[in-house]
Design a protein around this ligand. Structure first.
Ligand code: 6R9
Length: 571
């Protein structure tokens, strides 16, 4: 049974009257908010930092940073100076407009200095999650022909620098190490760098961000976003995050994922709002402490995290004063109605689900502070965004019919390219001008969208997108593995976990030790989050006559579902 609507509490919200705004809104109305509207000079890093640093907010804290070892804060003016210095370091190392600069490191203030510093030079930044291992890193640096990599002495071990001819410099942040032609230390260069930098003014269509993400086939693809994305990033941070000047905002996502850049960097800073960044791993106690300590008012997190907090129970929540919170949001996976219910109970607030993807560049379908929430629904499209459920021929379906969740091409933050792969880019737009998300959903009579699942085989584990093909390809590199098929299976905390079906090569015996060894192999080469949590050995895997592993049949075996049409299966 569905839970009743949770009504909005009256308040002073940026998006008061959804229906009227949907009728009259036009994206060009947002452009006046930016300094380039008057000056004609555009760069998202200028709008996020320098604009505030040169105005009344210059002494306001832009970044509150904490981890187990550091606790720092930087005003907008200090952020301007530090991003300029980092920009100068990168410039001195040869970074020019359009170059790809990758950043592969755990969260730290320097990560943010370098990210924005590189964008100030007109470079395209590729953030890499710190948990990535050799093969995952190599694929991304190689595909993007990255010129400079910013990383740490610990992580640089994972970079096959001699096999990456385009990679000219590696900048190490942390303890100084012996330098050579390719590897330099950040600190001495940063200390000497000028606080002044000539910002590279760009065209609105120029690239600024490159996030690699997984599909169901092939290697991860590089989703490129342009400076123009700031229009929608700004407006969604206003309408959905509902940011106000005196907010203390905390987004828990790492910048290795799109939420951590778009709403961990641009969303808050385009509004000149104080942004909390907590480094280190998930820790329930310290999460609540972070809210209490900084007086966080707006909190953007993910279902897996909420489920873990929920699992720990209320005794822990009650030990903290969380009354500063006024607005909570969620992204990345389906937000269970039970979690929404829990949120109301422990925080006395509704958790607002938001739906979007790496490719969309910002939020697309959301719950707004002024609208009633139907627990389990992702909410309604952003004004200025047209979403629909379409069939496989591109026809729009009526309410309550399940189909492809699609978006009318042309929203401001839409990806501008799949790096190196124009064919892949086109594949998204093959249905009458609709962008196909790969998700299935339906829309009810009142225009609320309900997520149903992925149409392809992409696995969403703890909100992280994993392509089964990438994991399968890695598995078969293990000497014991003849064939592998990878699927997602339901899990109460992580939403979905990865299960691998494996057939062994001649001469290998099935054993628990071998399962462990295979898991470790994937962890070591790809990343911990893409390693299977379950392995099942089978003598033979179901395959099509053309040799493709039939994941659909594996899923049916696993979940005791009918296997469907088996006419293409080999004997
Ligand atoms: C921002 C981000 C995108 C995929 C997307 C969908 C799933 C995201 C969701 C959701 C249900 C939500 N997803 N938000 N599913 N409800 N509110 O997560 O980007 O990593 O590219 O993942 O995540 O399946 O297609 P990304």
């Amino acid at each position: 049974m569905k839970m009743p609507i949770i009504p909005a509490v009256k308040g002073d919200f940026h998006l008061e009257d959804y229906e009227t705004v949907v009728e009259s809104f036009d994206w060009s109305q947002v452009e006046e908010q930016f300094s380039w509207y008057k000056t004609g000079k555009m760069n998202i890093a200028f709008e996020a930092i320098d604009r505030h640093a040169q105005g009344v907010k210059k002494n306001q804290v832009a970044l509150y940073y904490k981890d187990d070892f550091r606790r720092e804060k930087y005003t907008f003016k200090e952020m301007m100076e530090n991003t300029n210095k980092a920009g100068n370091v990168l410039k001195q190392l040869g970074v020019e407009k359009g170059d790809r600069v990758f950043i592969f490191m755990p969260r730290s203030p320097e990560l943010y200095f370098c990210l924005l510093g590189a964008i100030k030079l007109g470079a395209i930044v590729g953030p890499l999650f710190e948990a990535f291992m050799e093969a995952a890193i190599f694929d991304r640096l190689n595909d993007s022909a990255a010129k400079v990599l910013v990383t740490t002495p610990d992580l640089v071990e994972r970079v096959a620098k001699d096999n990456l001819p385009n990679l000219k410099k590696i900048v190490l942040i942390g303890d100084e190490v012996s330098e050579n032609d390719k590897v330099v230390n950040f600190k001495p260069l940063f200390e000497q760098a000028s606080k002044k930098l000539e910002i590279e003014w760009v065209d609105r269509e120029d690239g600024m961000l490159l996030h690699y993400t997984s599909g169901s086939t092939g290697k991860p693809k590089g989703v490129m976003h342009a400076h123009n994305a700031m229009i929608q990033q700004y407006q969604t941070a206003k309408w959905v995050l509902d940011l106000k000047d005196d907010d203390i905002y905390w987004c828990t996502a790492d910048p290795g994922w799109v939420t951590g850049t778009v709403y961990g960097v641009f969303g808050p800073w385009l509004h000149g709002v104080s942004n909390v960044v907590r480094g280190g791993r998930f820790n329930p106690e310290d999460w609540y402490k972070t809210i209490e300590e900084y007086g966080v008012t707006v909190w953007y997190s993910a279902p897996t995290a909420f489920r873990m907090l929920m699992g720990i129970g209320e005794e822990l929540v009650n030990r903290f004063d969380l009354t500063s919170l006024r607005h909570i949001l969620s992204v990345g996976e389906p937000l269970n109605p039970e979690v929404v219910k829990w949120g109301v109970k422990v925080f006395h607030l509704r958790i607002h689900d938001t739906w979007w993807m790496t490719e969309t560049g910002s939020m697309m379908i959301c719950n707004y502070p002024s609208l009633g929430i139907k627990p389990g629904s992702m909410g309604k499209p952003i004004p200025g965004v047209e979403a629909a459920i379409i069939d496989d021929q591109g026809n729009v379906l009526p309410p309550n019919r399940m189909g492809n969740l699609a978006l009318k091409k042309g929203w401001p933050s839409m990806m501008r390219a799949i790096w190196n792969n124009p064919e892949k880019y086109k594949e998204y737009f093959t249905h009458n001008g609709w962008y196909i998300s790969g998700d299935s959903a339906y829309m009810d009579e009142e225009g609320y969208f309900w997520f149903q699942g992925r149409i392809d085989d992409v696995i969403n584990t703890s909100g992280e997108r994993v392509g089964p093909f990438e994991v399968e390809s890695k598995l078969v590199e293990h000497p014991a593995v003849a064939e592998a098929g990878v699927i997602g299976i339901p899990d109460p905390i992580r939403g979905t976990i990865i299960k691998a079906f494996i057939s062994l090569r001649e001469g290998y015996e099935q054993s628990d030790e071998l399962k462990e060894e295979i898991t470790l192999f994937v962890k070591r080469e790809l990343s911990a989050h893409s390693a299977p949590r379950q392995i099942e050995f089978r003598d033979k895997l179901p395959k099509t006559r053309s040799g493709k592993i039939m994941r659909r049949v594996l899923k049916a075996w696993e979940l005791d579902l009918p296997t469907g049409d088996l006419s293409t299966m080999e004997d």
